[in-house]
Design a protein around this ligand. Structure first.
Ligand code: HEC
Length: 128
């Protein structure tokens, strides 16, 4: 009897946490295309960092930049800002002529991610 109610409690808990997780995802703008792309008041911490973490840290974080990232460290605001200021960051992800296309050996970032990053840079690339 005790085992059975423990089992039921676990199931209920799983259901509740699954639903909570779903709801949480819906509150973030995602792959809705450009229509749903939110480009106002872009923050380094909540918008830009996750994009860089997911697409660039594999080669350009503190542990790997020397072996995989050609000595280019993009981990943390201060290090990223160097490449924002010399325009190589946006040039490479936007695949402008004269820059190595990034992320290397992977598809171009989503247009929405590029728009957000552009907006963040245009607003002064703040550590916000
Ligand atoms: C698979 C490893 C890898 C990934 C992932 C990767 N890079 Fe690179 N990156 C490199 C290597 C290697 C170089 C140097 C060789 C070259 O320029 O192609 C480089 C060069 C660069 C440069 C200098 C480019 C230039 O033209 O001066 C920048 C800026 C850069 N990466 C930014 C990024 C950003 C931003 C991301 C994520 C969106 C990213 N990289 C993802 C490996 C990677």
């Amino acid at each position: 009897m005790a085992n059975r109610s423990l089992w039921i409690t676990s199931c209920v808990w799983l259901l509740i946490s699954a639903c909570t997780f779903d709801n949480e995802e819906e509150t973030f703008p995602s792959e809705d295309g450009e229509v749903g792309c939110q480009t106002a008041n872009i923050s380094y911490l909540t918008d830009v960092l996750p994009i860089v973490q997911a697409n660039c840290y594999v080669c350009h974080d503190n542990d790997n930049f020397n072996t995989l990232g050609n000595g280019i460290d993009l981990e943390g605001y201060d290090d990223l800002k160097i490449y924002v200021d010399n325009e190589r960051f946006f040039g490479s992800i936007n695949r402008d002529q004269g820059f190595s296309p990034m992320p290397r050996d992977a598809p171009k970032l989503d247009q929405c991610d590029l728009d957000k990053i552009k907006s963040w840079i245009d607003a002064g690339a703040l550590n916000n």
